[in-house]
Write a protein that binds this ligand. Sequence first.
Ligand SMILES: *Cc1c(COP(=O)(O)O)cnc(C)c1O
Length: 402
Amino acid sequence: MLIEHINRRLLELDAAALRRRLRTAESPCAPLQSFEGELGGAPLLAFCSNDYLGLAAHPALAEAMAEGARRWGTGSGASHLVSGHMRPHAQVEALVERWFAPHIPNARALLMGSGYEANLALMTALGDGSATLFCDKLNHASLIDGARLADAEVKRYAHGALDVLERQLAACATPVKLIVTDAVFSMDGDIADLPALLKLAEAHDAWLILDDAHGLGVLGASGHGSLEHFKLRSERLISMGTLGKAAGVSGAFVAAHPAVIEWLVQRARSFIYTTAMSPAVAHTVLASLALIESAEGRERRAHLQGLIGQLRTGLQALVDQKPGWTLGESCTGIQPLIVGDNETALKLSAALRQRGIYVPAMRPPTVPVGTARLRITLSAAHTAGQVQRLLDALAQALEETR
Ligand SMILES: *Cc1c(COP(=O)(O)O)cnc(C)c1O
């Protein structure tokens, strides 16, 4: 019965062209990457990863991983509260605390296995029966799932609609109020108006939880993320950063007021009931964070910004010739080319694929109906020549879809 049921549901997915496929990469994460069954193994020019600084296959970090494994072993052996919390984990937390000290007074940090886990921890431990969670409708799936699991009341506001949020805050009767937002939205690349959100938090005795998965490493002069970008400081800020995107490794952290961190340690089930991150990985994260704020990190951010400018100039010229297409308002590594209907997005993605370029098409429900798009992501590992190749291929594809 189960298998028949599943097979029936799978056929429905096929019929709606929503069946997804796991593709196996045959080479490390890099601008040129080969996939099983694609182009006979010849590498594709890929604009799809979140490896914004090009650190995922950086030789110095691979070396740090080997060194960490030799020094600490490969496994932590237990959850954090038993015996899995090792010196490399504590070192990462100390470094993150230094990064956030200018933004959150007495900031403390807690390292976790993934951003998904960290968001479940925040939503469920802070979002108890005394709380209301105020969530932007375009928040990441992990924040949405965390809100579903939480005992708190949940209010959602249209993307960036701070007037709606303000009315919801004013009408709220629960003692604890938590505003929850992506700092950089994952499908659009736009940055939340964090200064205005913090003002609202202060005016309504609320706290601001921000998910900086796409800002950490990319934004701010030292790569410390959106809080550095906006130069914000408040004890009401709770920042979640992920370590598998720009940082090129894996894991996540929360930086916040000491009482918030202590409560997560006591109550966050997704932190308590999971084996601590491998100490070799934590050791690598330490090397990655050091690299992000080094001169090399700065150069990588500057190169990335140059590529973003080049791509946007080129895309704008294309969009100007094609009524109905728009370029998202984004200054980050995520650059959406919004074409509207699903068919066009798929066709465009396929046309690029024929030219050896991989840019994924994003369709509902991942993005709102009528805003299907190519989600182009850039990395500091790309060259200006590769960005030009993408623009040329898009111009040809545009000719074909006229
Ligand atoms: C990727 C992502 C996450 C999840 O982080 P992982 O470390 O990959 O689990 C959370 N929030 C946002 C906005 C993301 O893009």
